[in-house]
Design a protein around this ligand. Structure first.
Ligand code: GDP
Length: 196
């Protein structure tokens, strides 16, 4: 259970992030996937990450300190349509530099909308993570919006696609910021890693 999460710093450059002295867990996903809602749910704070009315506007690496034990990082969403090519290139450079160089990164949570067929942009991003040895965990979001079998069907399709990318299927959790599903499991997973 997260007791306290505090905003620390936003920036565009991984070298300016807080010193890598604590375990770090980052969150990423397509714009509108429910990332802010999920972060707020995990942190028990409705206002921690700003829920986006304006997709793609927050192009920053946002660090939060959690319980003085670990860092939570809100990364900018990808896959928004109305963004110029140069902004997309900036995003890629910033995020990929951060992910490849951040030594204390324990896991990158890649958020996937559990209602949708596997999206090309998600598969491309996950493929890059596989090639770059980024330790990912899949989080399927908005599970309250449909039946459990429908969610399981999305999960199965992703795991099947992941077989081509990873030797071992990535760990995953099914979540809902609406119902609180998956909250305890994700927080437990993080806290277990932090304690090791
Ligand atoms: P972000 O752009 O990835 O940060 O997404 P947001 O957290 O801003 O969520 C995008 C939209 O999806 C908002 O209208 C949220 O209220 C809604 N949403 C997010 N998570 C859930 C969820 O678990 N269940 C439902 N029903 N809606 C959600």
């Amino acid at each position: 259970m997260i007791k306290n999460a505090t905003f620390l710093i936003s920036n565009t450059d991984h070298t300016k992030c807080p010193p890598p002295d604590k375990a770090e867990f980052a969150f990423i996903g397509r714009s509108n996937v429910g990332k802010s809602s999920l972060i707020n749910m995990l942190a028990n704070n409705k206002n921690l990450a700003k829920t986006s009315g304006r997709p793609g506007k927050t192009q920053l690496i946002n660090h939060f300190g959690v319980d003085n034990k670990w860092y939570m990082v809100d990364l900018p969403g990808y896959g928004f349509a109305k963004v110029s090519k140069s902004l997309k290139a900036d995003w890629e450079g910033m995020i990929k530099d951060y992910l490849v160089n951040r030594d204390n990164l324990v896991a990158l949570f890649v958020l996937i909308d559990s209602r949708l067929e596997p999206q090309k942009i998600d598969l491309e991003f996950i493929t890059w993570c596989g090639e770059s040895n980024i330790p990912i965990v899949l989080l399927f979001t908005k599970a309250d919006k449909q039946s459990r079998p429908k969610t399981q069907s999305t999960v199965a399709k992703f795991l099947k696609a992941s077989k081509a990318i990873f030797e071992e299927a990535p760990l995953y959790f099914v979540t809902s910021a609406e119902s609180g599903d998956g909250k305890a499991e994700v927080v437990n997973f993080i806290e277990e890693q932090v304690e090791e």
